[in-house]
Design a protein around this ligand. Structure first.
Ligand SMILES: Cc1cc2nc3c(=O)[nH]c(=O)nc-3n(C[C@H](O)[C@H](O)[C@H](O)COP(=O)(O)OP(=O)(O)OC[C@H]3O[C@@H](n4cnc5c(N)ncnc54)[C@H](O)[C@@H]3O)c2cc1C
Length: 512
């Protein structure tokens, strides 16, 4: 554990450095205190090497945008794009001094707008956004068996760098998702049954706590913080500045896909759910049922797709038990790629220069407004559960303003289940699949009906799957989010929060 100065520091109103112990460390109030005056942003700017943007600054209007356009109207107080852990310490001290609420941002994909720093309905007030997006360096050990990733790196950048060295780690499938938010919540993706969760490959994390202390957490140092950083979620314990992952030799990846008519959806769900979580761990699959008139005017689609990291020639044998129980598909395909190319294919960036694999300036990717929530399936659906599911998919055809909506069931099991439920903060080790309920809609449209649709879908499935949820797909409407996200691991997370953030400086909604 190192410190930013022995006791940390804060900036005084005139920009002078004060010892942290000399100023109040009260819970942020959301508005500047009369006793300290308005925030002296000029003093902060001169104390950091990163870029500080105020609402009046050129570039602020673009910098404030997250990856979900529904939160574009957010008006954060300021955005600091930190250049180092020392910048983070200065930013936290400044926020303490002026009692500013902070919001943390890396990739900017939070479902409910927490990282936007003041989006309507997010439960986060207009905040000082501390962004680690500029910390995007990726560095390897000599043999590339280990990679140190800056907290601003996106998944596509990590896949490109790691894959180009003939190595692999497993994360999610969206190019611009931040490795930081993804890993802190667990991290499921198309290689999750072969490799485990993203957080299972994490070996060390650097994190700055509210008092400005820089922690290097691993299994032997600050091990409780390391435990909590593997599934405990982002924005709660401190600001992550870098992450170290163990890499593995890159496999080839055979991507496969089958489409079925909606009329046979019940048979597809029934067969897939028996096969997917128990198949060879090198096989991962997802079942997607998607509707919405705009994209599916002829009725909802049913697709089963996946990845196979064993020898390509063995795919047919692997899929035989699945296909034996299914009607004839409408279409199917398979293609074998290198790990790097497959990950970039999933990310929508295969063939693009990496500079264009972004939704930012010069990028070819497009942001899309969306709503989402989740369940965790611990049991297979019976006939009633399958009927409830199909009725909800069909209901998407009548949702006002929806572009596409429905459900993805993403298989777990394999390596995920080889880790005990209390070995990391991610509790859902024995679950069969994660479930995403999603809805997309045109930018600027009323999100209300889409939120109601995905939440109604979840409510319809809760009698079958219970109230479990995945913290990386947060939902502001959950009645008991702590139990839903963390189950039996919640009490330990509570005590770690009290140890590392005793004043409750980080006030993100649904925190422990
Ligand atoms: C289009 C899309 C695709 C997705 N695909 C997958 C997938 O395949 N697999 C999967 O598991 N999840 C997936 N997710 C969910 C994703 O993992 C979470 O939304 C994740 O939290 C995003 O991280 P981020 O850094 O991009 O987002 P942010 O919004 O920047 O941050 C997410 C959370 O982490 C906090 N945080 C941000 N930076 C830091 C920091 N430096 N230190 C500490 N806390 C911080 C934020 O306050 C917030 O609570 C997807 C989400 C979207 C929108």
């Amino acid at each position: 554990m190192t410190e930013l100065g022995r006791r940390g520091f804060v900036l005084g109103a005139a920009g002078t450095l004060l010892l942290a112990g000399c100023v109040p460390t009260a819970h942020p109030t959301g508005s500047p205190s009369a006793s300290v005056g308005p925030p002296d942003w000029a003093a902060l700017r001169s104390a950091v090497t990163g870029s500080l943007l105020l609402p009046s600054s050129q570039g602020f209007a673009v910098a404030k945008l997250t990856e979900n356009p529904r939160f574009d109207a957010a008006e954060p107080l300021a955005i600091l794009q930190v250049a180092s852990a020392a910048d983070v310490g200065a930013a936290l001290a400044f926020a303490r001094t002026y009692r500013l609420p902070v919001a943390l941002r890396a990739g900017g994909h939070n479902y409910v707008g927490w990282s936007a720093g003041g989006a309507a309905g997010s439960g986060v007030p207009a905040s000082f956004v501390i962004s680690t997006a500029a910390l995007d360096t990726i560095a390897f050990s000599a043999d590339a068996s280990s990679v140190v990733v800056g907290a601003g790196a996106t998944l596509a950048a990590v896949y490109d760098a790691v894959g180009s060295r003939g190595r692999a780690i497993a994360g999610g499938s969206c190019a611009t998702v931040g490795i930081t938010g993804l890993t802190l919540g667990g991290g499921v993706g198309v290689l999750v049954r072969s490799f485990g969760l993203a957080c299972d490959q994490l070996t060390e994390i650097e994190l700055v706590t509210a008092d400005g202390v820089v922690h290097t957490a691993n299994t032997t140092s600050d091990s409780d913080l390391f435990w909590a950083s593997r599934g405990g979620g982002g924005g709660i314990l401190g600001v992550v500045t870098k992450l170290t992952f163990a890499t593995r030799p890159a496999p080839t990846v055979t991507e496969w896909h089958y489409a079925f008519p909606f009329a046979s959806a019940a048979a597809v769900v029934g067969t897939w759910q028996k096969w997917a979580p128990t198949s060879d761990p090198r096989n991962w699959s997802t079942l997607k049922l998607l509707g919405g008139l705009a994209k599916h005017p002829d009725g909802p689609s049913v697709g089963v797709s996946g990845t196979w990291t064993g020898p390509a020639a063995d795919l047919a044998t692997q899929l035989a038990p699945l296909l034996a129980g299914l009607p004839a598909p409408l279409a199917h395909s398979s293609v074998t790629r290198s790990y790097r190319d497959s990950m970039l294919d999933y990310a929508g960036c295969l063939g693009l220069p990496m500079s264009e694999c972004t939704t930012g300036p010069g990028g070819k990717l497009v942001r899309e407004s969306s709503s989402g929530t989740s369940s965790i399936g611990y049991t297979a659906l019976d006939g009633g559960g399958i009927s409830a599911l199909l009725a909800q998919v069909q209901a998407a055809q009548a949702v006002a303003g929806i572009r596409e909506g429905g459900i993805s069931m993403d298989a777990l099991g394999g390596q995920v289940a080889t880790v005990a439920g209390d070995a990391t903060a991610f509790p859902h080790r024995s679950a069969l699949w994660t479930v995403q309920y999603t809805g997309t809609f045109p930018d600027g449209a009323d999100p209300g009906p889409i939120d109601a649709y995905v939440r109604g879908f979840r409510a319809a499935m809760t009698p079958h799957w219970g109230d479990h949820a995945y913290v990386n797909y947060p939902d502001a409407s959950l009645a008991d989010p702590g139990t839903a996200y963390w189950g039996d691991n919640l009490p330990r997370l509570d005590s770690i929060k009290k140890k590392y953030d005793p004043a409750g400086f980080f006030t993100q909604p649904q925190s422990y």
